[in-house]
Write a protein that binds this ligand. Structure first.
Ligand SMILES: Nc1ccn([C@@H]2O[C@H](COP(=O)(O)OP(=O)(O)O)[C@@H](O)[C@H]2O)c(=O)n1
Ligand SMILES: [Ca+2]
Length: 498
């Protein structure tokens, strides 16, 4: 038993050192990953806010937008937090009482004060943009429109926000910012799929805006943008007086002008059979949109519905003048327009009317047929079917629907095929489609010309990668230790086992 035995015996120092190294590596990995997570953690709680007042011809709406403070330049970050409809009519209706225009805003602005956190009030910009109603008032009397704007300015300056101005925006701005809004909300500026056109119908004007391949034949209809690194060549036009409320006056005025002098009954195919209302002449002629005034006429007339959709369409066609086009192609009234291209979002009154008439999913032929049927429904039946809708609005849907289909087909030259490319929309991603969001994005420089530099990996991807790599290193260390640890060899047996 004296033969020398070789035995593997553990070095008493060996195990603690290895354990210490492994523990240190593990601590290092945990600290590294934790630091990466904390350092890159998105700051969810910090929001910024902006307020835009849309002072339309029929009413004013106050929109509150919010976005994460640290992601101002990323597309699709700004969302509508709240919308408030100001009570009463549009600010242009306050020409006889400008101060009333200012005080009409108080309820909605008080709501804004409650919704936006107090510590953000001072840095929250407020913009007011007035559209076609105020354009018309300025045409009639620019000192009156100035007084109304001064009054809303004084009112807005009393709030703790960062007041940035109240002005009448141009038709081009209204069209282009509507286009920016719908494409921003659809996230189209980042996608290669292209953009959608914008169709906006108000009470006093209507806008059409789309990207066109054609070289513009009229610089007034062309706008160029560079957004997120891509160039966009836009066609845009705003038709003043072709909003649905002004065009109704225009159509009535044309009929009244063709009446015999002493007649006071106006038969109207665009109003339901059985509809009868006494109206004043001034309610039709009180606008700069109707140029030829009626002389020597009775002061009021009886508006008498006959409910004939086909005849209504023929009457509505008369508000479009197709005789004077100096360009290769026109929409109407001598306005240059290249052929419509691509998909369109149609919003505001385009949506309200088509949605009420349940025509948003129909092709052009079906929509026309359904509308003719709706127009021929007697007024009593319509009233009893929609008891909660105000009679003034209810009476006008046959006219408005006919105007919309005629404007799209005869005005803008949509065909049965291209009509299918129009989507009637109210909201995109919970935000209203309209010019206000685009207006604010532009004024706050939140749509950069070039795409902002973004890290190659998103936050989640970066943290996951760190975690996987760390676990890999850790496993390699363990496996390495198991495989390559050297046995310790003694030349004689230790004492305790002899
Ligand atoms: N729920 C609603 C709200 C508005 N509307 C109509 O939508 C149009 C909005 O026009 P607007 O006040 O923005 O006028 P513009 O200044 O844009 O021409 C008006 O004709 C309103 O009567 C509607 O039909 N249903
Ligand atoms: Ca509008």
């Amino acid at each position: 038993m004296d033969e020398q035995r070789e035995m593997k015996v553990k070095n008493p120092w060996h195990r603690p050192v290895i354990i210490l190294i492994i523990v240190l590596i593990a601590i290092g990995i945990v600290v590294m990953v934790a630091t990466a997570i904390i350092q890159n953690k998105p700051l969810h709680q910090k929001y910024k806010y902006g307020i835009v007042l849309d002072a339309g011809s029929s009413h004013t709406s106050v929109f509150i937008y919010e976005w994460p403070a640290e992601k101002e330049n990323n597309t699709g970050m700004v969302r509508q937090k709240h919308a408030c409809d100001v009570k009463g009519k549009g600010i242009s209706s306050y020409s006889g009482n400008p101060a009333g225009a200012g005080s009409s805003l108080t309820d909605c602005m008080a709501e804004a004060q409650k919704i936006i956190p107090v510590h953000r009030h001072q840095e929250t910009p407020v913009y007011l943009g007035a559209t076609a109603g105020m354009r018309l008032l300025r045409m009639e009397d620019s000192s009156l429109s100035d007084q109304v704007l001064d009054a809303v300015e004084r009112s807005l300056q009393t709030y703790p926000f960062d007041y940035q101005g109240a002005r009448i925006i141009t038709g081009q701005e209204e069209g282009a910012f509507g286009w920016i809004t719908v494409n921003y909300l659809s996230d189209n500026f980042r996608k290669a799929s292209g953009t959608i056109g914008a169709l906006d119908l108000g009470g006093a004007s209507t806008q059409i805006t789309f990207v066109s391949k054609e070289n513009s034949e009229n610089p007034e209809n062309s706008m160029d943008f560079r957004l997120y690194g891509n160039p966009y060549h836009l066609y845009t036009h705003s038709f003043l007086c072709y909003g649905k409320d002004q065009v109704l006056k225009l159509a009535l005025a044309k009929k009244l002008q063709s009446l015999e002098m002493q007649e006071d009954v106006l038969k109207d195919a665009c109003f339901h059979h059985g509809y009868k209302a006494n109206k004043t002449l001034s309610s039709v002629f009180n606008t700069p949109c109707v140029s030829e005034k009626l002389a020597d006429s009775p002061k009021s007339f009886i508006h008498w519905g006959t409910g004939d959709g086909v005849e209504c369409q023929n009457a509505v066609r008369k508000v479009f003048n197709h005789s004077c086009c100096q360009y290769s192609t026109c929409s109407f009234n001598g306005v240059y327009q290249p052929p419509v291209e691509g998909h369109f979002g149609a919003f505001s009154a385009f949506y309200f009317v088509m949605n009420f008439l349940n025509l948003t999913n129909d092709d052009l032929e079906t929509a026309k047929a359904k509308l003719i049927n709706y127009c021929s429904t007697p007024w009593e039946e319509i009233k009893s079917s929609y008891p909660s809708v105000k009679e003034k609005y209810l009476a006008e849907y046959c006219f408005s629907g006919t105007y919309i289909l005629t404007l799209l087909e005869d005005g803008y030259n949509f065909t049965s095929t291209t009509f299918k490319n129009i989507e009637f929309i109210k909201k995109i991603a919970d935000s209203d489609a309209g010019w206000t969001l685009g207006y604010m994005l532009n004024l706050t420089n939140m749509i950069p010309a070039e795409a902002p530099d973004t890290p190659p990996l998103p936050h989640g991807g970066f943290v996951s990668l760190m975690l996987v790599l760390s676990l890999l290193i850790f496993s390699l260390v363990i496996v390495g230790y198991k495989c390559f640890r050297r046995p310790v060899v003694y030349s004689s047996a230790p004492k305790d086992i002899v």
